[in-house]
Design a protein around this ligand. Structure first.
Ligand code: SF4
Length: 327
C-alpha cells in the first residue's frame, strides 16, 4: 500500500530507551508468552552483551535513562554487574520498572544494584505466602525473594542510599486475591511501594470476589471492566514508547514498544545506530498510524496488535505531541 507518511530521517533520539537485558527466564508462569515460547520468533534467546551496551552509551551521549527489563529476568544476565557499573560511570540511570522476579541473585549483584544506583525496581510477587506465590510463579521461591529484598535493604542502609526504590507488584488472580491486604502490609514493612495489576488471562484462576478486588485495586476486577470504566485499553500508554522511549531487543533489533514480540520496526541499534532505528521509515509510518493519519500496513507490528484495534475502534488516537487525545 502506498504511503504518504513523512519518512524524514533527521531529528534527535529520545533521552530514555528500553533495552532488554535478558530474554531468558527461569520461572514458568502459566500465562506468560515467555513460558509458552511465543516470544521466540521475534525476540529469540539471549543476553545483552556488555560490549554492545558500552558502545550504545558511548555512541549516544544524550542518553540519560535505560530500562533493562522486559520479557525475561534481567538478573540472570551474566554481564549485568559490568553493565550497571558502566552506566553509573556515565551517569545513565538504570531502571527495572517492568519487573524482576528476584529469585536468583548473588550477594555481589544485590550490592551492585545499590552501589550503582539502579533507580527503580518492580518486584513481581503475586502472593503473601509461599503456597500462594508458587501457584503462578512456577519454580519460584517466595521466601528467597523476600530474603533478597531484605538484603537489598541492608545494602541501602550501608550505602545510605534510597536506590533502588522498590515496588511490590501483585498480579491479582482468584487464588491470591485474599492475600492482597497482607502483601500490602508486608510491602510497607519492607519499605516498598505496592501496586496491583489486573491479570490479562481471564481463563487462569479467574477473580472470585469481584467486589473485594474492585475495592482493593481501585481500577476494576478485569481488564474488560477497566476498559468500560476508563474508556481506554488497560496499559494503552505502552504505545507512547514509539514516541518517547522505544524498545530495543538484547541483540539490537528495533522492537518499537515493550509489548511487541511478533515483528520489528526496522533497523538494528547496535549495527545501524539508535538514530537510524528511531527515525526508520517503519517507525515513522507506525507513529502516523497511531495518530490516525495512515492506514494499517502489513509489515507494521501495530497492525496485528489489539491496542491498535482498540484505538481504531474508538478513533482515540495519539495526539501530535505524543500524548493521547482525551476526547
Ligand atoms: S499498537 Fe501495539 S505494537 Fe503498536 S505501539 Fe501500541 S502496543 Fe506496541
Amino acid at each position: 500500500m502506498a504511503s504518504s507518511v513523512d519518512t524524514d530521517s533527521s531529528g534527535t533520539i529520545p533521552s530514555k530507551i528500553r533495552v532488554e537485558a535478558s530474554s531468558f527466564c527461569q520461572l514458568r508462569c502459566p500465562s506468560c508468552p515467555t513460558t509458552a515460547g511465543a516470544i521466540h520468533p521475534a525476540i529469540g534467546s539471549g543476553f545483552l552483551r556488555f560490549d554492545d551496551f558500552r558502545a550504545l552509551l558511548d555512541n549516544n551521549p544524550s542518553l540519560a535513562r535505560v530500562e533493562l527489563a522486559n520479557y525475561g529476568e534481567v538478573l540472570l544476565n551474566p554481564h549485568l554487574f559490568e553493565i550497571l557499573e558502566y552506566a553509573d560511570s556515565k551517569a545513565v540511570a538504570i531502571t527495572f520498572s517492568v519487573g524482576v522476579n528476584l529469585n536468583h541473585a548473588t550477594d555481589e549483584l544485590l550490592e551492585g544494584l545499590v552501589k550503582f544506583r539502579v533507580r527503580h525496581m518492580t518486584c513481581s510477587i503475586d502472593g503473601a505466602s509461599p503456597e500462594t506465590y508458587r501457584v503462578y510463579r512456577v519454580r519460584g521461591n517466595f521466601t528467597r525473594v523476600i530474603e533478597h529484598i531484605e538484603r537489598i535493604n541492608d545494602f541501602k542502609h550501608k550505602y545510605q542510599s534510597e536506590f533502588p526504590k522498590l515496588t511490590w507488584q501483585f498480579v491479582v488472580f482468584g487464588h491470591n486475591e485474599h492475600e492482597i491486604p497482607m502483601a500490602r502490609e508486608m510491602a510497607r514493612k519492607l519499605g516498598m511501594a505496592f501496586s496491583t495489576k489486573i491479570n490479562w488471562d481471564t481463563k487462569f484462576s479467574p477473580i472470585r470476589d469481584k467486589v473485594f478486588v474492585r475495592k482493593q485495586s481501585g481500577e476494576g476486577a478485569t481488564r474488560q471492566e477497566y476498559e468500560l470504566i476508563r474508556g481506554k485499553s488497560y496499559l494503552s500508554s505502552i504505545c507512547q514508547q514509539l514516541f518517547d522511549d522505544p524498545q530495543i531487543n538484547w541483540d539490537g533489533k528495533n522492537l518499537g514498544c515493550c509489548r511487541n514480540f511478533w515483528g520489528d520496526f526496522g533497523g538494528n541499534a547496535f549495527v545501524d545506530g539508535l538514530h537510524s532505528c528511531f527515525h526508520h521509515e517503519k517507525m515513522n509510518y507506525a507513529r502516523a498510524m497511531l495518530r490516525g493519519h495512515a492506514p494499517p500496513r502489513d509489515d507494521i507490528p501495530c497492525t496485528t496488535c489489539e491496542m491498535y484495534h482498540s484505538m481504531r475502534a474508538r478513533s482515540d488516537w495519539i495526539g501530535e505531541g505524543g500524548a493521547k487525545n482525551c476526547g
